[in-house]
Ligand binder design. Structure first.
Ligand SMILES: C[S@@+](CC[C@H](N)C(=O)[O-])C[C@H]1O[C@@H](n2cnc3c(N)ncnc32)[C@H](O)[C@@H]1O
Length: 174
């Protein structure tokens, strides 16, 4: 089965669709670096770097709240080790639970006792369900990569969705 990926970004949907056995033949996006990352990981797909003339995405709101208060709240909810966000009033997520989608902003952080650090790019990619071998062009910055992963459809979600749609299409063609 073949598919096209509009607003393909850095390739989350294509990743999941490929894992569901669907060949993504064409992918388009207007962000050149994301198209390049997509092409690195999906060389058999034809790529178009172009404006698809959709409505603009509004920027995520930015706010600043006290880190200490948020950490204290997270400790009460989750214990000593948990994930939290830099800029929201997030209650914290224990490490054994999945987090909701990451965002295009560099917001997720790990609290480990009295230490606090942002997630690495690899941890961010894993949180979205990307394979460890997923590649970016060398020049892509941390911000670029987190934007791409934050934009992405989580590959496991795409796999489940595409497998189900493919199954229905095959059943109705039989
Ligand atoms: C939510 S992300 C898509 C993520 C992608 N489906 C994935 O799974 O990784 C939306 C993407 O659409 C792209 N985009 C937004 N407006 C566009 C336009 N007018 N033409 C082409 N691409 C556009 C952005 O660069 C961004 O990468």
């Amino acid at each position: 089965m073949r598919a096209i990926d509009l607003f393909a970004g850095a390739g989350g949907f294509t990743e999941g669709a490929t894992q569901a056995g669907v060949h993504v033949v064409w992918a388009a996006n207007h962000w050149a670096l994301a198209v390049e990352a997509h092409a690195l990981n999906h060389p058999a797909t034809e790529h178009a770097c172009q404006d698809l003339r959709q409505a603009d995405w509004t920027a995520l709101p930015h706010a600043s709240v006290g880190v200490q208060r948020r950490i204290a709240k997270g400790r009460r909810n989750c214990g000593a080790r948990f994930l939290t966000q830099h800029v929201t009033g997030h209650p914290g997520v224990p490490l054994c639970e999945s987090i909701r989608t990451i965002t295009t902003k560099d917001q997720w952080a790990l609290v480990d006792g009295d230490r606090y650090r942002p997630l690495t790019v690899r941890e961010t990619a894993r949180a979205m369900g990307f394979r460890d071998s997923y590649r970016w062009p060398e020049r892509a910055t941390r911000r670029d990569r987190i934007t791409g992963y934050g934009n992405a459809v989580a590959p496991p979600v795409a796999t489940a969705l595409v497998a189900r749609v493919a199954e229905q299409i095959e059943r109705s063609a039989a």
